[in-house]
Design a protein around this ligand. Structure first.
Ligand code: UDP
Length: 320
């Protein structure tokens, strides 16, 4: 077994992305501290890690003050990945106040921890900071088009606040902070109840239900497979001298929701009926990342195309 003395904290570590990050950190020989309140994360995502000597899980809610003795656990913390937040529209709308609080007060608490230990801090931000974008594809320099009081504001504005406070810790305290903007991501360990387009369509196709398209299905998204995203996050954390950088991570190929429905029908060899339901309020019309910056600064680009990624994801859902 590889032995290093790197200690890493992952908030939201029992979630879809967080748990894959925990796996990668453990396989690199790091000591991993995983925090999650399990509101949308799932203990099953980390069950295989719980007995590992380098893995430490605490069920903690970052919207409440951290326990006074929390930092007694560490003598140092090299890397902090801050992912804790509901992330799918049905969940962040159900947990709207919690989403606002974890990204504001929760981020504040984790930034203070990073300051105390002089840790490198990586914020998991989102393509939602661009709102319903008027510029296409989206570059990091675009400020976005966000409805500040609509049904997505609890997530979009919360993440924009998280970006703002992260940058202030960089400016005021020279914290080595970095901001990743994560575009739509899919793969094994997405929750069946996440309510996202890919998990919904696969679950519906495999259980003989109608595929539910919101609106006319002409809206687009760009989907990154989980292993590519994890690779990008780790590069962004581990390459030196990237403090204060904001970098998009996503797959720069655009698909309509209609195309996704048909691909999933083909790959699952099903022909369930498609129903068109009412369009969701403030649903972005188009989304595609410009990843020029990630290519240049991280020497990163995603490799897994939708066909292969969907087959892997369908196989995961079939085995549940
Ligand atoms: N969507 C859909 N049917 C579903 C779930 C989602 O048509 O069962 C649409 C949704 O309205 C949006 C797109 O698929 O236009 C992506 O939705 P998702 O919730 O996966 O991600 P986000 O909107 O956060 O990008």
């Amino acid at each position: 077994m590889m032995k290093t003395d790197i200690k890493c904290l992952i908030t939201g570590g029992a979630g879809f992305i967080g748990s894959h990050l925990c796996d990668s950190m453990i396989s690199k020989g790091y000591e991993v501290y995983c925090l999650d309140n399990l509101s949308t994360g799932d203990r099953r995502n980390i069950a295989h890690l719980l007995s590992h000597k380098n893995f430490h899980f605490s069920k903690l809610d970052l919207t409440s003050p951290l326990p006074a003795d929390f930092t007694d656990n560490f003598n140092k913390l090299d890397f902090i990945y801050h992912l804790a937040s509901p992330a799918s529209p049905p969940h962040y709308q159900r947990l709207a106040i919690e989403t606002l609080m974890v990204n504001s007060y929760g981020t504040y608490q984790i930034l203070n921890l990073a300051k105390k230990f002089n840790s490198r801090f990586l914020l998991a931000s989102t393509s939602e900071v661009y709102g319903d974008p008027l510029v296409h594809p989206q570059k990091e320099s675009y400020y976005g088009n966000v409805n500040p009081h609509g049904v997505r504001a609890c997530y979009d504005e919360a993440k924009r606040f998280a970006e703002a406070i992260t940058m202030e810790y960089y400016r005021k305290f020279r914290l080595d902070a970095r901001i990743s903007r994560i575009f739509n991501t899919y793969g094994p360990r997405m929750s069946v109840t996440d309510g996202r387009v890919i998990s919904n369509f696969i679950t519906q196709a495999l259980s003989g239900k109608k595929l539910t398209i919101y609106g006319d299905g002409m809206q687009t998204r760009s989907f990154s497979y989980i292993s590519d995203l994890i690779d990008g996050l780790i590069k962004f954390m581990e390459i030196p001298d990237l403090q204060s950088e904001v970098i998009n991570l996503g797959y720069p190929e655009e698909h309509t929701v209609n195309e996704i429905a048909h691909s999933i029908q083909n790959l699952t060899k099903t022909k369930n009926e498609i129903v068109y339901l009412e369009k969701k309020s403030d649903d972005p019309v188009r989304r595609k990342p410009d990843i020029t910056k990630a290519k240049k600064l991280l020497n990163w680009q995603p490799h897994t195309g939708l066909h292969h990624g969907l087959l892997e994801t369908i196989a995961y859902f079939q085995n549940l």
